[in-house]
Structures are given as structure tokens and as C-alpha cells.
Ligand binder design. Structure first.
Ligand code: GDP
Ligand code: MG
Length: 495
């Protein structure tokens, strides 16, 4: 994701503060300048950037003489202001279990509506909701076939017609059909036009009047950047848009512009699209998102992904590894295998604290996958003793591994270094929550206890990478609230 580059730049600017001898106004200004440049390069509106700088300056001035840790103050203010920039005050719609939630999708042609309907359906189906798709696009040739193909791939029932030309009628029939069958999420895909035409708005209004959706989701292509602001307002005026999904954030440099512009219209962004596949789709929450692109990890999201993976029976072993505090090269090998199977590698890796800036996530997704595959070749050339940490990987062995796997010695070195880094993180996290009867759930119930433990074992640098103590506490509290987490942990215990 291009936004990861933005994150790296901001994170680098913040890291410079750690090296600065004194934190004064000059140091602050230098840091702010770098952050502003990065934001402007990501197409964020000059006005918002100026506001962000001003707000951080004010915070700094207020507290400059109060004896607060100014490095930390700047860091927290930056995260806070960035979050504010991407957050709408209005709360998005949340579907209710056991009821028919009708969700209508609107947006221009080519914005990614049909694809996003399928992603949305897949997301809820995986979570156990009874989900269905209705194709009310009679405008675009082949629209029904496209939806049908998608629906079949994700195993979600669908409704549509090759002959009926009235979108209102199909939408109404389809919704009624699935309501009768007590479907919980009924998704209505509508047609788009190339521009914001009156025709399109009239059709949308009619469909809205007849299917009476509980929620209208506006799908928008992020490549138009700041122009998102006007488009989002126009659609909101025409129909009762409740929330927004931004697509194609995988491809270009205007992501920051799109996200901040939409948030400025006070429409909550609920998901983002990061590719053409059905799981290139993430629920969006401003703070999580910012922490992740800044390389601070996102435990909450990690758990969500792991939870979904458990349903897909392909669960990554990482939680067990974390519990045991041990992480051998063989664990890394199985980790790589499950990551490749899980897909969305960068997304997954960036959720693990401290990994956001790892060599594994450098470059684009394809590069990461290629790198992991090469690492797997090297791991395949190792003996059992080497994989299990019973044999030291001395130079001679490393040369043999490079030869055996057709790779370079330097790459073998990279792998070993990466493993060391990971093993250290896993060991620390293991120490953090191990002991009798301790699991991540009980940690969430006793955050105070956990905090003490953590401070004892985790070095300050790593703590900082994880977003500081306060952030971890928040994450833990959030995790405690998360639906289904308890069940998930039980599942892990059984295995
Ligand atoms: P619709 O006309 O609004 O229904 O748009 P479609 O769902 O047909 O999508 C238009 C094109 O955008 C298709 O080629 C999709 O594969 C592609 N697309 C949709 N979402 C994304 C995304 O998040 N990332 C990328 N790279 N492509 C996407
Ligand atoms: Mg479509």
C-alpha cells in the first residue's frame, strides 16, 4: 500500500526526535516540516496539513515548561491529530443479528461497487452472518453475470434477472425474496454512470424508496484523491448515505487525499479496498490505521485476522508461539507457509508490533511474496537440527544453505537476522503473559497487572515501537471488548 510509505516517512521524522539532543521549538519545527511534506506528497489537503501543524504547536507551547516528556508529547500529538484527520464524528451503522439488514451500495460506474459488494458479503459470511446479494444493475451489460460469478466464488446466494430492465422491480423482488428466507445481510448492488448524472440520482432515489435500506454505502475510487470531497457531498445530498468505502488504495499516491477528504465530509469510512481479491478488504478505524502505517502494530486487527483464519482452518501458529515464548526457524517456516496461504501478506505482517518496518514488508506485496518464497527455499535446505536451533548457523553452514537453495549468502544472512528479530519479539511477548492461568484474555481483564509485567520484561525501545504503554493498555481493553475473542482463545487452547 502506498500509504505505508507515508507512514514510514512520518515514523522516521518522529524517530529523529529520539536522537535529538534537546527538544525545543526548532526540533519540533523540523519534525513538523518533514511530516507536512510527507502528507502533502500523499495528496492531503494543504488546509488540513496546516491545521495539524498548528494544533501540535499549540499542544507543545502549552506543555513546554510543565516538565512533561516532550518527545512523547509530540509523538502522541502527531498520532492524535492524524487520527482526527481521518475520523468522522458520525457513527456508522452496525448491522443487527437475527434481523434482515438491507444494505444498498451506490457509486459511480467503475468505482468498484460490484467487487466491494462481494467483499462485504464475504466479510460477513465468514463471520457467520446469513448473507445474500441482489443485482439491481440493469444498466451495464453483463452486470448480473459479474455479480453471479463473484457470488458463486464466495458461496453467497444471489438474485437477479437477465430480462427484467427495471432496477426498482428487481431490487424489490430480490430483497423480499431474501427477507422471506430470513437472510441477515441483504446487499443491493446498483448501477452507476460515468458521471454524477441526474438519471443516476433519480434511479438511486427510486430504489431507495422501494427497498427502504437500513444503510446506504457509498463506494468511491480513491484515485481521484481530494476530489472525493465534492463527490461524497453530491451523493450524500442525493440519497441518505450512511457510510463510505474507499477502494483501490493499493495503487497510487493519492490515498491520503481520498481518506482525509471523505472524513472531512463527516461520512464515516467503514472499509477500505486494497486490491482485486475478495480478502483485499479491511475494516477501517482511524486510530488503528494510523498506528499501523506508523509501524506501531495493531494487535486488535491482528486478532481479527487470526479469528477469521481460524474459521478458515488455516490458523497461523503465531499466538501459540507467542504464548510459549519460543520461536525457532521451523516455526518461522510454518509461519511463512500459513502467511502465503492467508494471502494479504503485507496487511497481516504490518499488524504485528515491530514488524511494520521489517524487511519482510518492504516493497509491494508481490516483492514480499517472492522474498518469502526465497526464504522458504533456504529453510528447505536446512537440516532438522538447524531448523530447531540445535545447530549453530556458522558461516560454513550458511554457505551450504545458500548453495543448496540457489540464493546468495547475503540473503541467508537476512533471513537469520529477521528470525533473530522475530524470536526476540516472541520471547518478550511470551514472558509478558506467561505464567499459570495467564492468557491474553486474562491480560485484558487485568490490565494493571499486565502493565507491571510488561514494564519488567520489555525494553523501552520495543515498548515505544508498540505505541507506548498507554496504547497497549487501550488495545488490551479493546480486545477485552471484542466479540467472540473468548471463544477464539478457547479454540486455541484446545489445539
Ligand atoms: P462498479 O462498476 O462500481 O461495479 O465497479 P467494479 O466492481 O466492476 O470494479 C471496477 C474495477 O475496479 C474492476 O476491475 C475491479 O477489479 C477493480 N477494483 C475494485 N476494487 C478494487 C481495489 O480495491 N483495488 C484494485 N486494485 N482494484 C479494484
Ligand atoms: Mg457494478
Amino acid at each position: 500500500m502506498v500509504l505505508a510509505e507515508l507512514g514510514t516517512k512520518i515514523s522516521n521524522a518522529l524517530q529523529k526526535l529520539n536522537k535529538a539532543v534537546v527538544i525545543d521549538e526548532a526540533a519540533l519545527e523540523e519534525c513538523l516540516k518533514e511530516i507536512a511534506t510527507a502528507l502533502l506528497q500523499a495528496d492531503v489537503n494543504v488546509k488540513y496539513v496546516a491545521k495539524l501543524r498548528e494544533n501540535i504547536r499549540i499542544q507543545f507551547k502549552i506543555q513546554a515548561d510543565s516538565g512533561t516528556n516532550l518527545r512523547k508529547l509530540i509523538q502522541t500529538s502527531v498520532v492524535k491529530e492524524l487520527t482526527k484527520m481521518l475520523e468522522a464524528d458520525r457513527k456508522p451503522f452496525v448491522p443487527k443479528k437475527g434481523k434482515s439488514n438491507i444494505v444498498m451500495f451506490v457509486g459511480l460506474q467503475g468505482s468498484g461497487k460490484t467487487t466491494t459488494c462481494a467483499k462485504y458479503a464475504y466479510y460477513y459470511r465468514k463471520k457467520g452472518w446469513k448473507t445474500a446479494l441482489v443485482c439491481a444493475d440493469t444498466f451495464r451489460a453483463g452486470a448480473f453475470d459479474q455479480l453471479k460469478q463473484n457470488a458463486t466464488k464466495i458461496q453467497v446466494p444471489f438474485y437477479g434477472s437477465y430480462t427484467e430492465t427495471d432496477p426498482v422491480q428487481i431490487a424489490e423482488e430480490g430483497v423480499q425474496h431474501f427477507k422471506d428466507e430470513r437472510f441477515e445481510i441483504i446487499i443491493v448492488d446498483t448501477s452507476g454512470r460515468h458521471k454524477q448524472e441526474q438519471d443516476l440520482f433519480n434511479e438511486m432515489k427510486q430504489v431507495e424508496a422501494h427497498v427502504k435500506p437500513d444503510e446506504i454505502i457509498f463506494v468511491m475510487d480513491s484515485s481521484i484523491g481530494q476530489a472525493c470531497y465534492d463527490q461524497a457531498l453530491a451523493f450524500r445530498k442525493a440519497v441518505n448515505v450512511g457510510s463510505v468505502i474507499i477502494t483501490k488504495l493499493d495503487g497510487h499516491a493519492k490515498g491520503g487525499g481520498a481518506l482525509s477528504a471523505v472524513a472531512a465530509t463527516e461520512s464515516p469510512i467503514i472499509f477500505i479496498g486494497l486490491g482485486e481479491r475478495f480478502d483485499d478488504f479491511e475494516s477501517f478505524e482511524a486510530q488503528s490505521f494510523i498506528q499501523r502505517i506508523l509501524g506501531m502494530g495493531d494487535i486488535k486487527k491482528l486478532f481479527e485476522v487470526v479469528k477469521d483464519a481460524v474459521n478458515l482452518e488455516d490458523q497461523p501458529k503465531i499466538l501459540e508461539d507467542i504464548k510459549s515464548g519460543k520461536f525457532t526457524l521451523r516455526d518461522l517456516q510454518s509461519q511463512f507457509h500459513s502467511i502465503l496461504k492467508l494471502g494479504s501478506l503485507n496487511q497481516f505482517m504490518s499488524m504485528i508490533p515491530g514488524l511494520g518496518t521489517s524487511i519482510l514488508t518492504k516493497g509491494n506485496e508481490q516483492e514480499s511474496i517472492t522474498r518469502i518464497k526465497r526464504f522458504l527455499c533456504m529453510l528447505d535446505s536446512m537440516t532438522s537440527d538447524e531448523l530447531e536451533g540445535k545447530a549453530m548457523l556458522v558461516q560454513q553452514r550458511m554457505v551450504r544453505i545458500a548453495k543448496g537453495s540457489g540464493t546468495k549468502l547475503r540473503e541467508v544472512n537476512d533471513l537469520i537476522e529477521e528470525h533473530k528479530r522475530l524470536a526476540k519479539i516472541v520471547e518478550k511477548m511470551g514472558k509478558m503473559n506467561l505464567g499459570k492461568g495467564n492468557d491474553i484474555m486474562s491480560m485484558t481483564r487485568h490490565p494493571g497487572q499486565m502493565m507491571k509485567k510488561m514494564q519488567n520484561v520489555v525494553d523501552p525501545k520495543m515498548l515505544q515501537q508498540m505505541g507506548g504503554m498507554g496504547n497497549i493498555m487501550n488495545m488490551m481493553k479493546e480486545m477485552g471488548k471484542m466479540e467472540g475473542l473468548g471463544d477464539m482463545m478457547k479454540q486455541f487452547k484446545k489445539k
